[in-house]
Write a protein that binds this ligand. Sequence first.
Ligand code: UT7
Length: 351
Amino acid sequence: MSRAAVVCGLGAWVPPTVVTNHDLAERLDTTDEWIRTRTGIARRHVIERGQATSDLAVEAGRRALASASDNGTDDDHEVDLVVLATSTPDRPCPGTAPTVAARLGLGAVAAFDVQAVCTGFVYALATAAAMLSAGTARRALVIGADTFSTILDPEDRTTRAIFGDGAGAVVLRSGQAHEPGALLGFDLGSDGTGEDLITVRAGGSRQRSTAEQVHAADHFFTMAGRAVFTQAVLNMSKSAQTLIDRVGWSESGVDRVVAHQANVRILRAVGEQLGLADEQMVIHLDRVGNTVAGSIPLALADAVTAGDLRPGQRVLLTGFGGGLTWGSTALIWPDLTLPAPHAPTLRKEQA
Ligand code: UT7
């Protein structure tokens, strides 16, 4: 029987500080109405000064580990791999995953970052799944965490309206492809000719950090919104369809799509391309915005908590982001509980 990576734990976290559309409208030339109608977002969460991505990653990771031990059928709960998807690491060097592993008390495990912006979580899942299948690791903690509030231009009304901070995580164990929770396959892709569409120009080896660049605001995140919109719909739809065909779900259908939460209009357009009803597209961005690598696991945690994602459903995950990059995976949703304390801000009824 073929070996596969099986999802056995899930956790998520957003920082407590909320920024509503009305808060933004007090400081920038925007309105609640514009943001809601153009993006579907009503609020987002941000970290406070002094906090960093690892703080969110640790909270989400801790919850995913607790979920895995609550749901586990075996005694072996020892994680031997941490993969952190982020494009806002605590520091440009070193990676943040070893810090997260140490703070979670996981010992001398393998730990590294994956940088694929909003597709990061899917790339991190693929990386960890391959390592489990190869026998390089037996149990992995895969986290998506970002704090884009730290790289946005405070004066940019468009990006400030969209992005929020947050983290989500899953635990993967080595198991069999027929088990609920098994990741059934991947489709991954990139197009580096689009590197300028979603970027932070300065602070890398091409444009080093200098006072002039800080003055020119080149260390802030920029996005060519309209072009990215078109590419997001095109590539998530194509990648999702490729994966559906690959795992043989074309006939029997998909129950839920958890797509990268960039814009509600993008989610609806992807659903339309795939011939799915709006209710089949999981939507979480209204309360947290675009949380980059945290977006897919945060949406998963919210849907499970709300009872919208149930054991036995066919779930497709698809992401798109800077690079450009995109990727999809699929699984039959396993019977998972999310142990308390769960991030209270994720619950629909409290939004
Ligand atoms: O996570 C990675 C993937 N990211 C995405 O997928 C994001 C994709 N892009 C989008 O979601 C949308 O393109 C945006 C939400 C970023 C922008 O929406 P849009 O409908 O594409 O608007 P636009 O950029 O074409 O701008 C339309 C107008 C512009 O004004 P003019 O030039 O027509 O006078 C913008 O300046 O809306 C203006 N605008 C705003 N107005 C009020 C842009 N942001 C705002 C704002 N409030 N916050």
